[in-house]
Design a protein around this ligand. Structure first.
Ligand SMILES: [Zn+2]
Length: 346
């Protein structure tokens, strides 16, 4: 009898541990404020401004993650924005035409600035807050995913390419306030060159950049390119085999050599074959393999990694991101207690 009651106690303890694990917070960051809504005008841009919400819903439903297990960020503060951006640039955002130009939506110049601040810049400030929080959580948990961010064209004194705030440099500055020697490696696998942070970090040896990008499209920024230590310009229509071979041959070697304290992974899905802007030819399976490779390399080395969504302009983008994150959570990180699919496949 005594043995039976001891077994029962052990079972109850085990069940409560499993239960608490399946209810604990996960370092996935999302805010309903991420999404941009501007009376339909946002549809003039190929960017799916509701992409964030779609990815969030996908993960919630398909992984069975309760909404209170996600982290919700604060909006980045004005003083934190000023850690990176110049006063004159921030002042220029008070002109609707400047917001319109950065967002590549000319008709926005006719919209009152107050409205643009609220409907365009505030979501970007929440996204930037998400990157700051994600960087802190990655150091704490070993990984984090911000379901926005990766605005990699924003420079200290200018925004461009739908990037208003340099979220990666701002997050780095915040981390360096606590540990000024932290070495950060940016692995940028968005289809576009990350010329914003490359220009900001030009003289900062604490940042190492690996950038794989289509060199035949925007921004073709030669001066910013000088800061890319591991520079991999690729040609239009590069497809799965060549793309994935390049990553397999390089990421492992680079990480072994650099041994960073944090990886910021810019996981743009505009490398997808149907993306109207990226003009590369990688399939959905290729993107899932890419993300898995980066996470596996980071986790195997116990290097914290934060993933940012960055660009992705096809209708399929949100679904691809959702399935890729589902794969990372279930098959790479192996988060306990997630909902499984009947056939086990994603
Ligand atoms: Zn891009």
């Amino acid at each position: 009898m005594k043995n039976n009651s001891q077994i029962a106690i052990v079972l109850v303890v085990l069940l409560s541990v499993v239960n608490s694990l399946s209810q604990s917070k996960l370092p996935i960051i999302y805010s309903p404020q991420y999404n941009i809504s501007l009376f339909g005008i946002q549809k003039l841009h190929p960017f799916d401004t509701k992409k964030y919400k779609k990815v969030y819903k996908y993960i919630k439903t398909n992984c069975g993650i309760d909404e209170n297990r996600f982290y919700c960020p604060e909006k980045v503060s004005e003083s934190d924005i000023r850690l990176v951006h110049t006063g004159s640039y921030l002042e220029s955002l008070k002109k609707s035409e400047v917001i319109a130009r950065i967002g590549q939506m000319p008709p926005l110049k006719f919209v009152p600035n107050r409205l643009l601040q609220k409907r365009v810049l505030v979501p970007m400030k929440y996204g930037t807050g998400g990157t700051i929080l994600g960087a802190e959580l990655a150091l704490q948990y070993g990984w984090a995913i911000n379901l926005s961010g990766g605005y990699h064209h924003a420079k200290a004194d200018a925004g461009s390419g739908f990037s208003y705030f340099a979220d990666i440099p701002i997050a780095a500055m915040k981390l360096w306030q606590k540990d000024s020697t932290l070495k950060i490696m940016i692995i940028d696998l968005d289809a576009h060159q990350g010329n914003g942070y490359e220009s900001i970090f030009m003289d900062d040896k604490r940042v190492v950049v690996m950038d794989v990008y289509n060199c035949q499209i925007y921004p073709r920024d030669g001066p910013a390119r000088i800061h890319i230590k591991y520079d991999f310009p690729i040609l239009q229509q590069t497809a799965d085999a060549e793309y994935l071979n390049l990553l397999t041959d390089t990421i492992s070697v680079i990480l072994s050599k650099e041994q960073p304290g944090l990886i910021i992974y810019n996981a743009g899905t505009d490398i997808f074959q149907k993306d109207p802007l990226g003009r590369l030819s990688v399939s959905e399976a290729g993107i899932i393999q890419r993300d898995q490779l980066v996470f596996r390399e980071a986790l195997d080395r116990h290097v914290p990694v934060m993933m940012l969504l960055s660009g992705g302009y096809s209708r399929q983008s949100a679904g691809i991101i959702g399935r890729s994150i589902e794969n990372i959570l279930k098959n790479v990180i192996k988060v306990p207690g997630l909902k499984t699919r009947p056939n086990g496949k994603i």
